[in-house]
Design a protein around this ligand. Structure first.
Ligand code: ADP
Ligand code: 5GP
Length: 209
């Protein structure tokens, strides 16, 4: 079978629980690597440079763009966010399934550049629950929450572009489902052309002449 990792792009409304689901996935299963993005937004209380994000100035971020050091980048509610290229390429080559937790414009750019990427969209069971989670998280001002909810309205328009929808109602169920989705992808015939060729060649020797 193919030993190269799968690039998994996870998007979803702010407050849907992506960060929570990713953390649990990485704690519960081996073989996943989570890409740490670069951003120009301010760290939230408890966030550390190099762990949740690499926190950089706009000038530093623009330099990374010029150097082509990012696989993709986008602006989201007034800040830049981008995916560093080197870590992702290295982990995929090691056979890890690499997860990018990025917003929808970035996800579309990745799909364009890397068509074999697997796109998953995480939603809460309802928008009422989304509001509840965003407010409950307590990390943003009411104004920022309002702009994130309005952005959710735009993002909902793009949900069909994702291969899978993942409803984050019960957390454990959601994490298990995401793991199953990714693992099933490894068995997709189109991801295993070398294996198919080898078995064809081996079985060909038994063909009746
Ligand atoms: P995102 O990364 O998508 O913006 P977070 O992971 O920060 O979202 O989650 C937003 C809030 O919702 C957090 O307070 C988190 O604890 C809570 N949350 C996440 N998943 C669930 C769930 N399955 N059930 C209830 N609350 C959840
Ligand atoms: P937050 O500020 O809540 O951490 O993230 C805001 C949004 O930016 C989320 O939808 C998150 O998935 C997205 N995001 C985080 N990193 C990246 C990235 O590297 N690229 C893109 N395009 N979006 C990102």
């Amino acid at each position: 079978m193919n030993h190269k990792g799968i690039l998994v792009v996870v998007s979803g409304f702010s407050g849907a629980g992506k960060g929570t689901v990713m953390k649990a996935l990485l704690n519960q299963y081996d073989n996943y690597a989570l890409s740490v993005s670069v951003t120009t937004r301010q760290p939230r209380p408890g966030e550390e440079d190099g762990r949740e994000y690499f926190f950089r100035t706009r000038e530093e971020f623009e330099r990374l763009i010029e150097e082509d050091a990012l696989i993709e980048y986008a602006q989201y509610v007034g800040n830049y966010y981008g995916t560093p290229r080197s870590y992702v390429e290295q982990k995929l080559a090691e056979g890890k399934d690499v997860i990018l937790e990025i917003e929808i414009q970035g996800a579309m750019k990745v799909k364009e550049k890397i068509p074999e990427a697997l796109l998953v969209f995480v939603t809460p069971p309802s928008i009422e629950e989304l509001k509840h989670r965003l407010v409950g998280r307590g990390t943003e001002t009411p104004e920022v929450i309002a702009s994130r909810l309005s952005r959710a309205g735009e993002e909902a328009e793009g949900m069909e572009a994702y291969e899978y929808l993942l409803i984050n109602d019960d957390l454990d169920t959601c994490v298990r489902e995401l793991h199953q989705i990714i693992q099933s992808e490894h068995s997709r015939s189109s991801r295993n052309p070398e294996f198919i060729d080898r078995l064809k060649a081996e079985s060909g020797t038994f063909l009746k002449k």
